[in-house]
Ligand binder design. Structure first.
Ligand code: IPM
Ligand code: MG
Length: 388
């Protein structure tokens, strides 16, 4: 039995339930209808989100999940509908919801738009507007997929790491930024910047997560070159005083990238800034066989969250019904676990995903000989059928 984050039994390791300790408010499950904003976005977004919505609908119809879903546009779809990658209506909907389920944004047809109108800006803005500073990106290997990884099975089998990526700061948002003329040529520039409080709150989240797992935290930065990283390291060390049980280590990002593909099982929890986390989480995803398997949660201080697969909009395969919907379905499970504190329902989804994999269902990205190749919608149907 493989669960996403709770009591994950992978190989010999047993990691206990990760519930963000700041998640103090429990939904009064019987009384309160949870509001979910559903933002399919672009490319394969609509098709993978459709399958995740099927799962939510099934939980609602057959397992008493009390939810209300409202759809909105974002990214290129937002631009097409309202001339804005984050239409005001969508932001309002997201703010009024308890959780957001997002597909993916971006597509080549939008690449030539003015920068503020590009799909990615809509995604970055919603993260910032909702103050979703803590981005949890688990990389968990399902035993059935050990062969799908490009790394040797013995290097990745039993892999269960959690990357905590800071999501609302860093060079992604730092000012000044731009492209301007200097000395007769154009110069592009961005600013890597972190305040103490930004570092402290994400470090705190990461330590709390480590406490619920193997109590090992690796802080990744580039303190040998960057002042911003120097401060990062200093603050993480400060925060570590509150968590004497957690074994804290520090690693430069270039080394971390190498270690992730050399010996990834040395890591339990990694905490890092926005851009380093962006890059390292893509690398980590391949350890698990397919980027199509990895969900994410982006959380604020009060457990409101946006849930999205970590892969992108994959415009090359959009509309073909071949995308892997499991990362989005597993994002639903994270939503149930983190925002709705409904472990039983989250477990139900995790078990269903584990079952379809054990039963041999595979989308093309994780297909290997001897397994059953299914489409995106067939995979969604299989998960729904496997919900106990
Ligand atoms: C991610 C994506 C986004 C990011 C892009 C689409 C803006 O790569 O969620 O990792 O860089 O954060
Ligand atoms: Mg990325």
């Amino acid at each position: 039995m493989i669960l996403l984050l709770c009591n994950a039994v992978v190989g010999d390791d047993e990691k206990t339930c990760l519930t963000h300790p700041t998640f103090t408010h429990e939904f009064e499950r019987k009384k309160m209808t949870k509001k979910i904003a559903v933002l399919p976005g672009d490319g394969i977004g609509p098709e993978i989100v459709r399958e995740a919505v099927k799962v939510l609908e099934a939980l609602k119809a057959n397992h008493g999940l009390d939810i209300e879903m409202t759809e909105g546009t974002i990214g290129g779809a937002g631009y097409d509908a309202a001339g804005d990658p984050l239409p005001a209506e969508t932001l309002e909907l997201a703010k009024a919801s308890d959780a957001v389920l997002l597909g993916a944004v971006g597509g080549p047809q939008y690449d030539s738009l003015d920068r503020p109108l590009r799909p990615e800006r809509g995604l970055l803005r919603i993260r910032k507007e909702l103050n979703l500073f803590g981005n949890l990106r688990p990389a968990l290997l399902y035993p059935e997929l050990a062969e799908a990884s490009t790394l040797k099975p013995e290097v990745v089998s039993g892999l269960d790491i959690m990357i905590v990526r800071e999501l609302t700061g860093d060079i992604y948002f730092g000012q000044p930024r731009g492209i301007e003329e200097r000395n007769g040529e154009r110069v592009g520039f961005n600013t890597m910047v972190y305040s103490e409080s930004e570092i402290r709150r994400v470090a705190d989240m990461a330590f709390q997560i480590a406490m619920k797992r193997d109590k090992k935290l690796c802080s990744v930065e580039k303190a040998n070159v960057l002042e911003c990283s120097e401060l990062w390291k200093e603050i993480v060390i400060e925060v570590s005083k509150d968590y004497p049980e957690v074994e804290l280590s520090h690693m430069y990002v270039d080394n971390a990238a190498m270690q992730l593909v050399r010996a990834p099982k040395q890591f339990d929890v990694i905490v890092t800034g926005n851009i380093f986390g962006d890059i390292l989480s893509d690398a980590a995803s391949m350890l698990t066989g397919s980027i199509g398997m990895l969900p994410s949660a982006s959380l604020d201080e009060k457990n409101k969250g946006m849930y999205e697969p970590i892969h992108g909009s994959a415009p090359d395969i959009a509309g073909k019904d071949i995308a892997n919907p499991l990362a989005t379905i597993l994002s639903v499970s994270m939503m149930l676990r983190y925002t709705f504190a409904d472990e039983a329902q989250a477990q139900r989804v995790d078990d269903a995903v584990a079952k379809v994999l054990a039963d041999g269902y595979r989308t093309v990205d994780i297909y290997s000989e001897g397994t059953k190749k299914v489409s995106c919608s067939e995979m969604g149907d299989a998960v729904v059928a496997a919900l106990s």
